[in-house]
Unconditional design. Structure first.
Length: 182
């Protein structure tokens, strides 16, 4: 009786191990791609949504900071600047340089925000269009990559040009004020 019980248990274990060895790879091969196809885009979309939300929060914070800090400073400069200009000649040049540095810092922060948002939007577009590009044609995917590069570089170029123009204008105004007062 004991021999039959041990033989049956060994036979059941052997059959189960053969079934697991045969069925488990098939189940993994069938179920894993389905899970990856269903779960991965959702996870990527959630991560991108969180990153876009964080970028928008940073943008709103920068705008509020600009309204709370920059506006009073600029108003104070507009009110105090004529008095300070009458006091000395060197001070306007220093104020212009300080204002240029302040504008540069604000624009660098805005550049980071303006560069982060297009990159996140481009990544979202690439994730959405990548299966389409693989099934239909590579042209839409190549177009998305080119658009990604353009959208990413355009704000940096524009903000850099704007910073250069502002700095040149500030220096020109400072030199004009300096020469008019001397």
């Amino acid at each position: 009786m004991v021999f039959v019980a041990v033989s049956l248990s060994v036979l059941v274990a052997l059959v189960l191990s053969i079934l697991v060895a045969l069925i488990l790879p098939i189940l993994v091969a069938l179920v894993l791609p389905i899970l990856v196809a269903l779960v991965l885009p959702v996870l990527v979309a959630l991560v991108l949504a969180v990153l876009v939300a964080l970028a928008l929060v940073v943008l709103v914070a920068v705008i509020l900071l600009a309204l709370v800090v920059v506006l009073p400073v600029l108003l104070a400069l507009v009110v105090v600047l004529p008095v300070l200009l009458a006091l000395t000649v060197v001070l306007p040049v220093l104020l212009a340089l300080a204002l240029a540095v302040f504008v540069t810092v604000v624009l660098v922060v805005l550049t980071v925000v303006l560069v982060t948002l297009p990159v996140l939007v481009t990544l979202a577009l690439m994730v959405d269009l990548f299966p389409l590009a693989l099934t239909v044609d590579l042209f839409p995917f190549a177009l998305v990559v080119v658009l990604a590069v353009v959208v990413t570089l355009a704000p940096m170029v524009l903000v850099t040009v704007f910073i250069a123009v502002v700095l040149v204008l500030v220096v020109v105004i400072a030199i004009a004020l300096y020469t008019s007062l001397s």
